[in-house]
Design a protein around this ligand. Sequence first.
Ligand code: HEC
Length: 212
Amino acid sequence: MNPLKIFSFLLTSIIIAFLIIWFGLFNISAKEKHWEITTILLEFIRERSIEVRAEDIQIPNTLSTPEMISNGAKNFDAMCAQCHLAPEMEPTELHLGLYPQPPIFYKAEKKHETHGLANTFWVIQNGLKLTGMPAWGDFHTDTQIWEMVAFLNVLKGMSATEYRKLVGEGGHTHKEGFTHSEKPHGTDTHQTETGHHINSIDDHTTHGTHDH
Ligand code: HEC
């Protein structure tokens, strides 16, 4: 093919792509599902991106210690359950409204089974662009993130009783020096705090006074 033809083909493609964008033909609404082929492509991009970046992460050998698991449970309950849900918790608006929908780890979901421990660590630390999964690495030490990995590793199939036992009185931890800009939980000090989120299951299913 002569170079001029290639050039005009490329130029036409760019102009068509621009027009599609300009006229708003791509629907950015979270209520509009991707085409099957787009989902397959995006998931493939996500998997490869995580896999490559998590390759050199060393997995600690302490993940099965009860202390790590219960610390992870507390942080999960305070920071993750509103999206990823917990045993016997009613689906939240956040869980239902997000697209892609956050995986429910306590249910045996095929989606999560494909991720190894290092990949899970990387995802929690870095978040996932364009999905609603936040990056937690700036506010949490590696240990605190591994604690959540340790907990997620045993969460599948867990009963609500076992979950509540692990969460105990609740409370969550952050990196030293990190404070929330607003303090919705009262007297938060973050390294050693305990006592709030006493029972997240009740907490998350009743919203106080707001109407729908
Ligand atoms: C605002 C909602 C939200 C919060 C809060 C949230 N996540 Fe997520 N998370 C998501 C969404 C959405 C995805 C799915 C992204 C996708 O499908 O690609 C996700 C994906 C993940 C994954 C990868 C799932 C897989 O397939 O292996 C892990 C691990 C994870 N989250 C852990 C956590 C942890 C731990 C916390 C708390 C520290 C947390 N998330 C808090 C929305 C959230």
